[in-house]
Ligand binder design. Structure first.
Ligand SMILES: Cc1cc2nc3c(=O)[nH]c(=O)nc-3n(C[C@H](O)[C@H](O)[C@H](O)COP(=O)(O)OP(=O)(O)OC[C@H]3O[C@@H](n4cnc5c(N)ncnc54)[C@H](O)[C@@H]3O)c2cc1C
Length: 373
């Protein structure tokens, strides 16, 4: 069978792209080396934060509005709960990127945030113990996504619209011509009018030209059992991101009423090969997160009860690498730099636009990898 589009990699971004392309009536083949959702790439660990006052850059805000709507649409179509609204507390010194950037994004885009002192924030959210010299912004148009459920839901919506997903099939070759692509796996060759490459931390293994652009980082997550019901989301416990001198730490309330997830957004060792990753966490991974939790969070056990290892694909400037190839019918989405999951439906829509018509009205130009020459 000749396909309209082959999506190579069906994780976070690939699953949303499969869904979007097949909803537009295209014949879509999705290929993945594992069986998504799986715990080997970048889209696992229960939850992902979504927020709108985007400190990384105000230009992401219009994409976030659209993405939020598309998550709600996916919920309506799948009948599943994917996005839970929850207050978000950002904390840092006045000059920190987190505080300055969130306030700038809110100002430029007319978003509602509340600016508090650390003492006011701790009174409102008694699970937090924030440094006295911190400033705080609180955003209510924030929340979290059930990450594995989202990937599965997007793939199932794609299948329901006619997409075929082949798992356990690793792509080892990709050849492009002006109006077609040929994709090779261990035992098969497939051809299509176009392809989307969305291989997360394995991108450079398929497209070596990305080696200079993507650094893969090993990231660890820890869950701490709660000692206090105040950590329950239903009791108003927030998502938090705190910019400390040692790094940026974040976490979610007890989404199951029992455990709080905490991680460090900054740092992480470089990984040379995403197939060879130390999947167990050790003392050196845990120590900075334990230290942060002991210093800034109240009512948690001192030792984590669970941990996970996940991978970030860092671009040189921390912004995504999202473009259509100038000569070939090929869209590549990579380098999500540890903050891409919330955007997967809107970027899936932009990828579908680029495949179908060669351009998109969505404001994604600032993410083009042409910024690196
Ligand atoms: C610990 C952690 C916390 C995060 N927190 C947030 C957050 O709060 N909010 C947020 O928005 N984002 C967050 N992110 C980032 C976000 O999760 C990622 O940006 C996003 O999931 C990346 O999706 P992806 O599709 O690029 O990669 P993946 O989901 O890893 O998908 C890539 C897929 O490609 C497949 N593949 C690779 N090579 C091949 C091949 N040759 N042939 C076939 N298949 C192949 C893989 O098997 C995989 O399924 C976090 C990431 C981590 C690791």
């Amino acid at each position: 069978m000749a396909w309209d589009v082959i999506v190579i990699g069906c994780g976070g971004f690939g699953s949303a792209t499969v869904r979007e392309l097949s909803a537009r009536g295209l014949r879509v083949l999705g290929l993945d080396q594992y069986v998504p959702p799986h715990p080997f790439g970048s889209s696992h660990g229960e939850t992902r934060i979504i927020r709108k006052a985007y400190f990384e850059h105000p230009d992401y805000v219009p994409l976030l509005h659209r993405s939020w709507d598309l998550w709600r649409q996916a919920e309506a179509e799948s009948g599943l709960s994917l996005l839970e609204r929850c207050d978000l507390v950002l904390s840092g010194r006045a000059e920190s990127e987190v505080i300055r950037g969130a306030r700038l994004a809110a100002l430029q885009h007319g978003l509602t945030i509340r600016n508090l002192t650390a003492a006011e924030a701790c009174a409102e959210f008694p699970v937090l113990r924030l440094p006295e010299d911190h400033e705080v912004t609180v955003e209510s148009t924030a929340g979290y996504l059930w990450v594995e459920r989202c990937v599965a839901a997007m793939l199932n919506l794609g299948r329901a619209a006619g997409a075929e997903i082949r798992t356990g099939e690793r792509v080892v070759g990709l050849r492009c011509a002006a109006n077609s692509v040929e994709v090779e796996t261990a035992g098969q060759r497939y051809s299509a009018a176009a392809a989307v490459v969305t291989c997360g931390p394995w991108t450079s293994q398929l497209l070596p030209e990305y080696e200079r652009l993507i650094t893969v980082r090993r990231k660890t997550l820890f869950w701490y059992a709660v000692q206090s019901a105040a950590w329950a989301r239903l009791w108003g416990a927030p998502i938090f991101l705190v910019d400390m001198p040692g790094g940026q730490f974040y976490g979610l309330p007890a989404v199951d009423g029992l455990r709080v997830k905490v991680g460090e957004h900054t740092g992480g060792e470089t990984v040379a090969d995403a197939f060879r990753v130390q999947r167990e966490t050790g003392v050196a991974d845990q120590a900075p997160v334990d230290h942060f939790a002991g210093q800034c969070l109240r009512g948690l056990e001192a030792q984590p009860c669970q941990s996970a290892v996940c991978l970030y694909s860092m671009s040189p400037d921390g912004h995504f690498l999202f473009s259509r190839h100038p000569e070939y019918p090929l869209v590549t989405a990579a380098g999500f730099s540890g903050h891409g999951f919330k955007f997967t439906p809107v970027l899936g829509a932009a990828a579908a636009d680029l495949i179908v018509s060669g351009h998109t009205e969505l404001p994604v130009g600032f993410l083009s990898q042409s910024r690196f020459g």
